[in-house]
Design a protein around this ligand. Structure first.
Ligand code: 5AD
Ligand code: SF4
Length: 473
C-alpha cells in the first residue's frame, strides 16, 4: 500500500455523462442503524460491471449497502475505463461534479477511483483531483475494507495498483450476490496479445485463468439465486486454460460443457474472443452444446491484412474468414458480432475499403465500431501516418451505415420466428415484459409479471434496429 502526500488542486474537464450501473439496495442492511451507503458508478466493459458487483460483495460485510445515486452516499466509487481517451476523460468531469456535491452536502464522504484509469494514471488522478481518497487498480479491490479503514483512521490518500489477479479472486467473498436472472462471471483476466492500439495488457496485466472449481462454485451460487443465464467473461476468454477435475488441461470448450451440467443454468454465453485462440474443441462445443446461445462476438478490427499486421493481431483476414466458415458449419444458426477500429495509423482509403468488404462478406448481426484513439504508452501512439480526425469520422459513418443496415436486416429476418426469451423485467408500457432473445436483442411483449425470471417462447412480430417486438406463445 503506497501512502501519498496531499496534492494540488486542478479543475476537471467537461465530457458527456456516463451510464450508471449501481448495486441493488439491500433492505435489511439499509434499515440497520450502522449501515453506510456506497454508490458505485461503472464505466466501460462487462469486466467492470462484474467488478462493481464484486466490490459491493466485498463492502457488504463491513456494513455498506449499495444505493442508486451519490446524494446520500458515504462512499462513492468510480469504476473506470481507459480503453479510449473519451472514456478516460469522463472520470475527471465526474470527479468535478462529486467534489461540488461533497463540498456542499457531504463533507465526510469518501471517494475512490477504481478500474483501468486508476491502474494507468494513479498518481495523475491524485494530482488532478485532490478530492480522491483511494485509488485502486482492477486487481486490488478485495483490499477495499483495509483501504477504507486506513483513510478513515489517518488523513491522506491510499493507492493500490498491485497486479496479483489470482490473489484477488482468492480473497473475494465466497457469496456472490446475484442481481437479476442473467449474470457475468469472470473466468479469465488480462491479455498477452499486445495489439498495438490497446491498453488492456498494461491496465489488466498478463493473461490469467481462474481455477475451474472456483468458477463452478460461483456459477452454482448464482444458480441457487435463480440466475438462468451466465456470460463467461474475460479479455480473451478463448485463451482460457486450467486443470480440469480429471487432471487434464481444459480449455473454454470443456469449461462450457461442465458449466452446462449445473441445474438451473439454461443459457451460457462467452465474450470476448480472439480469432487466434478459437480452437477445434471450442468450435465443436459451439456446435453441440444446446445451452450455448447462437451468438458469437469475434472481433477482427480491420479487413486489411496490412493494418492487421500493424495492429499485431497475428492473423490475416483469410484466417478469420475460414474460421467463420468453420463455426457456421458447426452451428448454422449462429449470429456474429464484431469490433472494428477505423483510422488506425497508416490506414489508407484502400485499407478502409477492405474493412467494408469484410463486413459485406462476413455479415454481422450486430457490432461495435470506433475511431482509433491514441493511448499513451501503446506502440500505436508513436506510429507515423496518424489519420486525421475528419477522415476517421467520415470512415466511421460509412462503416456504421453498413453495419446498421446489416443489423436491421438481421432483426427483420427474425419476424415470424419463435424465439426463446429470458424475461428480465417489465417493459415501459403497462402489461409489457422485457427480455433477451438468444441473439441478445432486447425483446418486448405483453404478458403477466409472474413470467419474470422464466424463459418463454415469443413469436417476433416486428423488429427495429436495436430491438424486437413479439407475442407470447
Ligand atoms: N481506439 C479505438 N478503439 C479501441 N479498442 C481498443 N482499443 C482502442 C483504441 N485505442 C476497441 C477494440 C476492442 C474494443 C473493446 O475496443 O475494437 O475490441
Ligand atoms: Fe486488447 Fe488485443 Fe488483448 Fe483484445 S486481444 S484485450 S484488443 S490487446
Amino acid at each position: 500500500m503506497t501512502r501519498l502526500s496531499p496534492r494540488d488542486k486542478n479543475a476537471p474537464r467537461d465530457v458527456d455523462t456516463p451510464s450508471i450501473i449501481a448495486g441493488k439496495s439491500d433492505v435489511t442492511l439499509s434499515q440497520s442503524k450502522n449501515t453506510k451507503k456506497v454508490f458505485i458508478k461503472t464505466y466501460g466493459c462487462q469486466m467492470n460491471v462484474y467488478d462493481s458487483e464484486r466490490m459491493a460483495d466485498v463492502l457488504a460485510p463491513i456494513g455498506y449497502a449499495p444505493v442508486d445515486t451519490p446524494d446520500h452516499a458515504d462512499l462513492v466509487i468510480l469504476n473506470t475505463c481507459h480503453i479510449r481517451e473519451k472514456a478516460a476523460e469522463k472520470v475527471y468531469s465526474e470527479l468535478g461534479r462529486i467534489r461540488q456535491h461533497k463540498d456542499r452536502n457531504k463533507p465526510d464522504m469518501k471517494v475512490a477511483v477504481a478500474g483501468c484509469v486508476a491502474q494507468a494514471e494513479g498518481q495523475e488522478i491524485m494530482r488532478r483531483a485532490p478530492i480522491v481518497d483511494m485509488v485502486l487498480g482492477p486487481q486490488t479491490y478485495h483490499k477495499l475494507p483495509e483501504m477504507i479503514a486506513k483513510v478513515t483512521r489517518e488523513a491522506g490518500e491510499v493507492l493500490e495498483t498491485d497486479f496479483d489477479t489470482l490473489e484477488k479472486f482468492d480473497h473475494l467473498p465466497e457469496t456472490r450476490t446475484a442481481k437479476g436472472f442473467s449474470a457475468f462471471l469472470t473466468i479469465q483476466e488480462g491479455c498477452d496479445k499486445f495489439c498495438t492500439f490497446c491498453v488492456v495488457p498494461y491496465t489488466r496485466g498478463a493473461e490469467v485463468s481462474r481455477p475451474v472449481a472456483q468458477i463452478v462454485a460461483e456459477a452454482r451460487s448464482l444458480a441457487a439465486q435463480n440466475v438462468r443465464e451466465i456470460t463467461l467473461i474475460g479479455q480473451n476468454v478463448n485463451a482460457y486454460h486450467a486443470q480440469g477435475p480429471d487432471g487434464s488441461e481444459w480449455g473454454l470448450g470443456e469449461l462450457i460443457r461442465h458449466i452446462a451440467l449445473i441445474g438451473g443454468i439454461d443459457r451460457i454465453r462467452f465474450t470476448t474472443s480472439h480469432p487466434r485462440d478459437m480452437d477445434d474443441a471450442l468450435i465443436e462445443t459451439i456446435g453441440k452444446e444446446p445451452k450455448l446461445m447462437p451468438y458469437l462476438h469475434l472481433p477482427i478490427q480491420s479487413g486489411s491484412n496490412k493494418i492487421l499486421r500493424a495492429m499485431n493481431r497475428d492473423h490475416s483476414y483469410e484466417h478469420y474468414k475460414n474460421l467463420i466458415a468453420k463455426i457456421r458449419k458447426s452451428r448454422p444458426d449462429i449470429a456474429l458480432s464484431g469490433d472494428f477500429i477505423v483510422g488506425f495509423p497508416g490506414e489508407t482509403d484502400a485499407d478502409f475499403e477492405q474493412t467494408l468488404k469484410c463486413v459485406e462478406e462476413i455479415g454481422y448481426g450486430s457490432s461495435f465500431s470506433f475511431k482509433y484513439s491514441i493511448r499513451p504508452g501503446t506502440p500505436g501512439a508513436s506510429m507515423h501516418r496518424q489519420v486525421p480526425e475528419d477522415v476517421k469520422s467520415e470512415r466511421l459513418k460509412r462503416l456504421q451505415d453498413l453495419l446498421y443496415t446489416q443489423q436491421f436486416a438481421f432483426n427483420q429476418s427474425l419476424i415470424g420466428r419463435t424465439l426463446s426469451v429470458l424475461v428480465e423485467g417489465t417493459g415501459r408500457e403497462d402489461g409489457q415484459l422485457f427480455g433477451r432473445s438468444p441473439y441478445l436483442q432486447g425483446t418486448h411483449f405483453n404478458g403477466p409479471k409472474d413470467l419474470i425470471g422464466q424463459i418463454v417462447d415469443v413469436t417476433i412480430t416486428d423488429a427495429g434496429k436495436n430491438s424486437l417486438i413479439g407475442k407470447l406463445e
